[in-house]
Design a protein around this ligand. Structure first.
Ligand SMILES: CSCCC(=O)C(=O)COP(=O)(O)O
Ligand SMILES: [Zn+2]
Length: 202
């Protein structure tokens, strides 16, 4: 299984772990292979210690293709994103302290960011003076229900860059792994800033 895509997932896991964004076995990652399948991380692995043998292929409904591995418990969120936008090439889910705390501090279903230069790390943004809206879904163990909520929300207005799951973490994506990593890093920085601003009540 020597592949640029699988290597990009393993490498992303090492980096995300080095940032402290996937403690214990938290987080899951994927990369689109083609129109109807993706590589996804196996469930329960430490994401900083992945090898290509911890990855499996799933179809657009999250069904396992030719593997005995158990796919991530959150596979349906990855496959929903690939189905919702053909331009999404990679999805990274993290469990950082900032995203976990901030998503609980913000009571509404939208986190609004404004005034940060780092907003320009998110594709399509070229000024700190714009408004960046990040949707927050309530956490649930029912992934089919959460995937359906994602589809319903997207149908009203497509999401960009990522979304939060309250008390759980962040999903970030991009057209490829490079862009997904940039969006993830930018959002994690913005969330840490916003959490501190909220705690300082400014
Ligand atoms: C202690 S992590 C709880 C499960 C979770 O939220 C997660 O991201 C990891 O689940 P997976 O099945 O992908 O290992
Ligand atoms: Zn998770």
């Amino acid at each position: 299984m020597s592949d640029v895509l699988t290597h990009s997932i393993v490498e992303a896991g090492r980096w995300i772990d080095s940032q402290g964004w996937c403690p214990a076995t938290g987080g899951n990652f994927s990369a689109r292979i083609d129109a109807s399948s993706a590589w996804v991380t196996a469930s329960g692995r430490h994401k900083g210690e992945l090898t290509p043998y911890d990855l499996l292929r799933v179809d657009s409904h999250g069904q396992v293709i030719n593997s005995k591995l158990k796919p991530s418990a959150e596979t349906l969120l990855h496959t929903a994103l690939y189905a919702l936008d053909v331009n999404i090439g990679a999805v990274l889910h993290t469990h950082s302290v900032a995203s976990t705390v901030l998503s609980r501090l913000e009571a509404s279903n939208t986190l609004v960011l404004h005034g940060y230069e780092m907003q320009k790390s998110l594709s399509g943004n070229n000024t700190h003076d714009a408004t960046v809206a990040i949707h927050i879904f309530n956490n649930t163990q029912d992934m089919q229900a959460l995937a359906q909520q994602l589809k319903n929300t997207w149908a009203k207005s497509p999401l960009q860059w990522g979304f939060l799951v309250r008390g759980h973490g962040l999903y970030a994506w991009g057209k490829d792994m490079v862009e997904a990593r940039r969006h993830l890093e930018g959002l994690e920085f913005l969330f840490a800033c916003e959490r501190d601003m909220m705690l300082l009540k400014r």
